[in-house]
Design a protein around this ligand. Structure first.
Ligand code: ADP
Ligand code: MG
Length: 486
């Protein structure tokens, strides 16, 4: 009972309504009873008064005949001293002061008359009149005060009884309400809260066959179905994430292949330097100081080789997205440098536009490098030899396609003087496996992977293209709090 006190508001309401109903009902019944008792009492009193009048009337007539009028008057006085009722003998003139004309006429006709005075102050009187031989009238009356007092006592007793009954009934209903309504409803509320917080393991245990128990069963079943659906969704989502990861990795490996030539070129120079100095040492003609210098150069060059290879490995290795503070200018410089050979092989000028502003962002460097690489590779593949591809970094005002108004974005744009894109192809450009390139050259994954990556990092890609003139693909990324400088 105690633990469901907070949720007993419903029970309280029910109890209040029932108690009020009971109170009204009992008042109605009691009022009826009191009225009936009052009528019965009055009838009884009336009959007693009539009997008294008849008895006293007969006695007075006899006494007056035998012992004279004074004896009769004495008898009346004695009788008044003893009994509860009071008796008067009224002469016709006195009678006219007491009775109305209509009442007198009725008395004349019937020989008797019953009446009740309207209560003066709070009590009235009941009176009976009897015509005597000789023209006088006998009046027997009794105060209604005792009767009224009885009725007042009765009403008081009834009020106390009703209150006691009410309190007892309310207590019983509260306890029953707490057990029958409060506790189950409390459990249902607790259940709903937990489901609301995402806990689908909780079950309600309500025994019985009432509607609340049925509701509990239905909720349990619902919770089970929700849990199943959630598990299914999680499985499917994981499956999807795995697939996307695999596609991205495939795309990375392809890009690594495209970069391989450039890497080999980059490794060529330091390898030449290393082998040259190694040869010098093996001839045995160098002195100790020269050997020492050569060894240092070899160390420097191998460090450079290691760094280049590590970059390639980092790029190829599948790893989880980890946002970190990133200087987009460094990333643009680095990526353009790595793709320099890829572009120059095709006699395409790959230009990094100056100035490169410093824009703070918080994104996954590896992912953004992959996206930018894909855009540059596409651009280089789209232009004729001799034309150029320009990489730009700047702050632009734009509205994200998904939601929100105009705001500032860090924008990495790849502008080419290439073939442009046919308007028919534009809507499908970012679809996975959409390619216009021959088998072996295009996989159709580049743009779809780039878009996925950029959106995962809170940004978006847009594209502007004029067939025959060129295209511009722009990666927009949120700017992190910090200083933007040119
Ligand atoms: N800079 C560009 N200029 C012209 N067309 C492009 C450009 N970038 C992408 N495209 C078009 O979009 C298609 C899809 O590109 P992408 O998803 O990278 O796949 P892939 O490069 O393997 O074909 C390309 O086949 C090409 O038709
Ligand atoms: Mg591509």
């Amino acid at each position: 009972v105690i633990d469901c006190l907070p949720i007993m508001r419903l029970t309280w309401k029910l109890v209040a309504v029932f108690a009020l109903g009971m109170l009204l009902l009992s008042i109605a019944f009691d009022a009826h009873d009191i009225r009936r008792d009052m009528v019965a009492e009055q009838t009884l009193l009336n009959r007693t008064l009539q009997q008294t009048a008849r008895g006293v009337g007969a006695a007075i007539e006899d006494l007056e005949r035998i012992a004279g009028r004074d004896a009769a008057a004495r008898f009346i006085a004695e009788r008044n001293a003893r009994g509860q009722s009071s008796i008067r003998r009224l002469s016709p003139p006195e009678l006219t002061q007491v009775l109305s004309a209509a009442e007198s006429a009725r008395l004349e006709r019937d020989g008797t008359l019953d009446r009740m005075t309207t209560p003066e102050k709070d009590t009235g009187r009941m009176l009976t009149y009897l015509r005597l031989q000789g023209g006088d009238v006998l009046e027997v009356s009794q105060s209604l005060e005792r009767m009224h007092a009885q009725i007042r006592d009765g009403i008081t007793a009834i009020i106390w009884q009703s209150l006691l009954l009410l309190v007892l009934a309310a207590m019983c209903m509260l306890i029953m309400g707490a057990l029958v309504v409060g506790r189950p409803v409390g459990q249902l509320i607790a259940f709903a809260r937990r489901v609301g917080e995402g806990d689908l393991t909780h079950r309600i245990s309500l025994r019985g066959r009432d509607e609340l128990a049925e509701l509990a069963q239905a909720l349990n079943a619902m919770s089970q179905r929700l849990a199943d659906a959630r598990a299914q969704l999680t499985r499917e989502t994981n499956e999807r994430i795995r697939t996307v990861e695999q596609l991205r990795h495939a795309d990375r490996l392809k890009t690594v292949g495209q970069l391989a030539a450039g890497i080999a070129h980059e490794l060529g120079t330091p390898l030449n330097v290393v082998s040259g100095h190694a040869k010098m040492i093996t001839t045995g003609e160098s002195n100790a100081q020269e050997i020492n210098e050569s060894a240092h150069i070899i160390l420097d060059q191998t460090a450079h080789i290691t760094a280049v290879i590590r970059q390639l490995l980092d790029f190829a290795r599948p790893n989880k997205p980890v946002p970190s503070d990133l200087e987009l200018a460094d990333l643009a410089r680095h990526t353009t440098h790595l793709l320099g050979h890829f572009a120059s092989e095709r006699r395409v000028k790959l230009v990094l536009a100056e100035p490169l502003p410093s824009i703070p962002t918080r994104v996954d460097a590896g992912q953004i490098r992959q996206a930018l690489t894909n855009l540059i590779v596409n651009a280089v593949q789209a232009v004729e030899p001799g034309k150029s591809v320009t990489v730009q970094l700047r702050v632009v005002q734009a509205a994200a396609p998904s939601a929100g108004g105009q705001r500032d974005w860090a924008c990495l744009a790849v502008q080419d003087e290439g073939t442009g894109i046919a308007p028919d192809d534009l809507p499908r450009l970012f679809d996975p496996f959409f390619t216009t390139k021959p088998v072996g050259e295009g996989s159709g994954l580049g743009l779809s992977v780039a878009r996925g990556i950029v959106e995962e990092n809170g940004g978006f890609i847009d594209v502007q293209s004029t067939p025959g003139r060129g295209s511009c693909f722009a990666i927009h990324l949120p700017i992190a709090p910090g200083e933007v400088s040119a």
